[in-house]
Design a protein around this ligand. Structure first.
Ligand SMILES: C[S@@+](CC[C@H](N)C(=O)[O-])C[C@H]1O[C@@H](n2cnc3c(N)ncnc32)[C@H](O)[C@@H]1O
Length: 325
């Protein structure tokens, strides 16, 4: 990995006191709260975020190793959320930042950002992606902290409390994901379909454990949000032995437990819209699963979107700011 001066990188439990986000002048760079957040009132709740494929969206903008992460967010999803809910100079946070998609899109849009990632293999790539974005002229500042985001408040400098305009994140969807495929002896072989082996990764928990950990992370995020700040979570249900595991509902419940107020539910398309029709881009395994189900009489459909669950910070009625439950 290249050396980075702009991307702080800490060990677990060690606050990133050298990172740009922690500098003294940091607070002055961010605007005072200007009233209740509002996405574009004309904005649609269906986000056309896959008009080009993931590889096309990333080409030249991300380092090639990014493809190794098994569950990257489409850059257009992060970019849409950032443009809808923040202004240049605002602070954007991703507590489970993987290879840094949220951070890269934020710095390209002139926002500052920091992320937390549990696995060093992904936080290193996030560092490289931020460095690459700066080499392309991105003006925002960003840093990555390696650590366990369930302990977010102990990882992040206290100066950042109440500073973030937006959190954009996505929880892991179980220990194995679709990853990539290549032809092998006797059929198709998966690769890059796992997170690391460390069982502290929330990907290794069952749905209840994942939801508990994610509620802790959202609780930490709530302390970082400024009044009127917004949390955007993308999540997709998955199937376990044919049964749908309803992660989006678990995320809403986790947000409520963290003291956040659900304010919108949107759809980020994983399919392109062409001439008024959806052109789906399923993975090999999604297609195989749906075909198998249909051939056995189960009328299963391909999932061609991510649920986007949007929360606001709950504030006290006295403030007159933000959202009151
Ligand atoms: C769905 S992926 C996010 C991908 C990211 N949006 C991107 O585009 O690269 C979830 C990430 O959460 C990380 N993770 C899991 N448990 C964590 C924890 N306790 N603290 C911080 N990150 C964690 C995983 O290693 C994984 O990279």
């Amino acid at each position: 990995m290249p050396e980075h001066t702009s991307t702080g990188h800490s060990e677990p439990d060690e606050p990133d006191t050298n990172g740009p986000a922690a500098s003294e002048g940091y607070q002055r760079r961010h605007r005072e709260y200007e009233g209740r957040h509002r996405a574009d009132p004309e904005g649609l709740s269906v986000w056309a975020t896959a008009q080009s494929t993931g590889p096309v969206q990333r080409r030249g903008r991300y380092v090639p190793e990014s493809v190794k992460h098994p569950a990257r967010m489409l850059p257009a999803i992060a970019a849409h959320a950032i443009h809808a809910y923040t202004q240049p100079g605002d602070l954007v946070v991703d507590p489970m930042c993987g290879i840094g998609t949220t951070l890269v899109e934020a710095v390209h849009a002139g926002r500052d950002a920091f992320g937390i990632e549990y696995e060093p293999q992904w936080s290193n790539i996030a560092d490289a992606n931020i460095h690459h974005a700066h080499s392309q002229g991105a003006t925002g500042r960003a840093s990555v902290i390696r650590g366990d985001a369930t302990r977010l408040v102990s990882l992040v400098p206290a100066a950042l409390t109440g500073q973030a305009a937006l959190v954009v994140t996505s929880p892991p969807y179980g220990p194995t994901v679709h990853g990539l495929v290549r032809p092998g002896e006797g059929g198709v072989v998966k690769h890059d379909d796992r997170y690391g082996e460390d069982k502290g990764n929330l990907a290794y928990r069952d749905l209840t454990g994942l939801a508990d950990g994610f509620a802790q992370i959202l609780h930490g995020c709530a302390t970082l949000l400024r009044p009127g700040g917004v949390v955007v979570v993308t999540a997709r249900p998955w199937r376990k032995r044919g049964e749908l595991v309803d992660l989006p509902s678990a995320v809403i419940a986790a947000g409520l437990r963290a003291g956040l107020v659900p304010i919108e539910r949107c759809v980020a398309l994983l399919a392109a819209v062409r001439d008024g029709h959806l052109v789906a881009r399923p993975s090999f395994f999604q297609l195989q699963q749906v075909r198998k189900a249909r051939s056995s009489g189960v009328p299963m459909h391909l999932i061609a979107h991510e649920d986007v669950l949007i929360f606001a910070k709950e504030t006290s009625p006295k403030d007159g700011t933000g959202v009151v439950a």
